[in-house]
Design a protein around this ligand. Sequence first.
Ligand SMILES: [Mn+2]
Length: 382
Amino acid sequence: MRLLHTGDLHIGKRLHEVSLLEDQQFILQEIRRLARAHQVDALVIAGDVYDKTLPPAEAVSVLDAFFTDMWRDGIPVLLVSGNHDSPERLGFASRLLTHGGLHIATELKADPQPWSFSDGKSRVQIWPLPFVRPASARAALGDESLLSYEQAVRAMLARMQQDADCCQVLLAHQFVVSGSTEPERCDSEQLSIGGVDQVDVSAFSSFDYVALGHLHGPQQVGRPTVRYSGSPLQYSFSELNHHKSAVLVELGPGHQVKWELLPLQPLRRLRQIRGPLQQLISPEVVSAASAEDYIRAILTDEEDLLHPMDQLRRVYPHIMQMLFENSRSGPGLQADSSPAQPEKDPLTHFCDFYLQQQGVEASEEKRNLVRKLLAQIGEERL
Ligand SMILES: [Mn+2]
């Protein structure tokens, strides 16, 4: 039995006001390509399917198209809800969809049932565990004593009647830690302060493989077969060094587990460039292949620059962010585009805009025309 494990798709996510939908569509097709190439028996998605509880319509369409493609390919998709998902919305029609090979679990149940698969050689039980909050576990189990995440998750796991003859897989979206080892974190995750949502990895000892979602960097927790697949795309500039992947899991007879990371190549990477403006936009630095990336530019110029963002955008059409690092900004980065500038009069604004649009200075004749118009507007206002 082969599974492909991914999670934290965050479909519909915007980064620095840029929609990542095209990138997400692309990476979903990459995931599909890998699932076909490795002839997997199922794709498992470990929560945070959407980025928002109320996803935009385009995000729903993208996911709908992907699920349809997977159905056409005959590859079942199994998913649980994460903390970003609305259980009710994501779980819409799930009892019907299960007949089409789309298995969605968003509700905590007092009598959980596994998804069972067999390829003739080995049998696998995959247990879905939608994102557990103590309050939702208390409601599902009618047990008011469940106060912590750790207690809540352990209580939910205790309800699973595992068949010891089958390979045991858990599909979950929680913050799992191993003792006092700090996991690798990044800025695109939403975790509780102080680690109240932590669950120790020892809770999962009865599972052969635990497919986790929640942390966006691919990593194991405690043992190699308890893993976060990580998000399929970089979702913050703190993930510049992440090389994203999906996990190919092979489950054999006798609880054998083999796994392998399959690299995911995005349409555009997040990339940071640093230096003086003229250098960053020089043809030697802008190589055609990387100019399409999502860029964070850190400008080290000391002198004032004329519309640096526009100059950058001309060569890096997908620039996301521009920061300054010079003696005025101090040792740290100065957020935002430009240093404070004195208020400009409307005529100067016009001339700057003209230069930017036309590439030449506005002639004296045009300036006079604008002066006249501005004067008229001024009079009308009075
Ligand atoms: Mn997430």
